[in-house]
Write a protein that binds this ligand. Structure first.
Ligand code: ADP
Ligand code: MG
Length: 229
């Protein structure tokens, strides 16, 4: 993939640190992390289990708060946001993907993808158009009527990706999105990310412990014991 990316930063952190207290012991899960991510960039964080990848992404999405340091989205310190601003950012600017696909079992694939638009109050034909477009990007429009349990793990994760992008977010945060998938499906997921970056100018921050996926992103940052190395 081309190493050329636009150079307007969308996310950056300053001395980002998160401590957890465990029985009088402090665990520094994220240790003084400084990163800059440009708009339209696809960055992968690699690190072993327990290295701090999930904590880092949760701090960036605002799901967790730093012990020290700051996270900026479009130049604004997100941990100074009101609850309302935080909710707005998470609903409209970020698409979040987890390792376990967390689809609702009683809804069809289509209805799962459509749900964020219902929550945001997008109406009728607009909602249909946006849902179909997201289903098309992940190549599963023909599976619209299926329930999650009728889909393979790889397909379920592609539906979770469609759900994350249906609102046209600027940033996708994906925490070990291929953790439960085999290598063929894992490459497919990272391939979809690569296409989204190239065609939709979306920004992606993903984590993995799988080194075979690294050549698909623009930049790889390695994390060990909470620190970038
Ligand atoms: P990774 O996602 O790379 O596996 P995590 O961010 O989940 O790493 O964890 C980093 C470190 O922080 C680990 O030592 C983990 O045990 C610890 N940790 C994570 N979440 C918590 C928590 N809620 N309470 C206490 N310790 C935690
Ligand atoms: Mg993790």
């Amino acid at each position: 993939m081309s190493k050329e990316t636009p150079n307007n930063k969308i996310i950056h952190t300053e001395n980002l640190t998160r401590d957890y207290m465990m029985q009088n012991q402090t665990i520094r899960a994220v240790n003084n992390v400084n990163i800059k991510v440009n708009s339209g960039e696809f960055v992968t964080f690699i690190g072993r289990s327990g290295s701090g990848k999930t904590t880092l992404l949760n701090l960036i999405s605002g799901l967790d708060s730093p012990t020290k340091g700051r996270v900026f989205f479009d130049g604004q310190d997100i941990h100074k946001f009101s609850e309302k601003q935080m909710m707005f950012m998470r609903r409209n600017k970020f698409g979040i993907i987890f390792q376990s696909f967390s689809l609702l079992p009683l809804l069809s694939a289509y209805e799962n993808v459509e749900l964020p638009l219902r929550i945001s109050g997008v109406k009728g034909s607009k909602r249909k158009e946006m849902t179909n477009s997201a289903m098309e990007i992940v190549g599963l429009i023909h599976r619209s009527k299926h329930r999650p349990y009728e889909l393979s793990g790889g397909e379920q994760q592609r539906i979770a990706i469609a759900r994350a992008i249906v609102n046209n977010p600027s940033v996708i945060l994906a925490d070990e999105p291929t953790g439960e998938l085999d290598s063929i499906n894992s490459e497919k997921i990272f391939g979809i990310f690569k296409t989204m970056v190239e065609e939709k100018k979306i920004t992606i921050l993903a984590t993995t412990h799988d080194r075979t996926l690294l050549n698909l992103s623009h930049r790889v940052l390695e994390i060990s014991d909470g620190k970038l190395i």
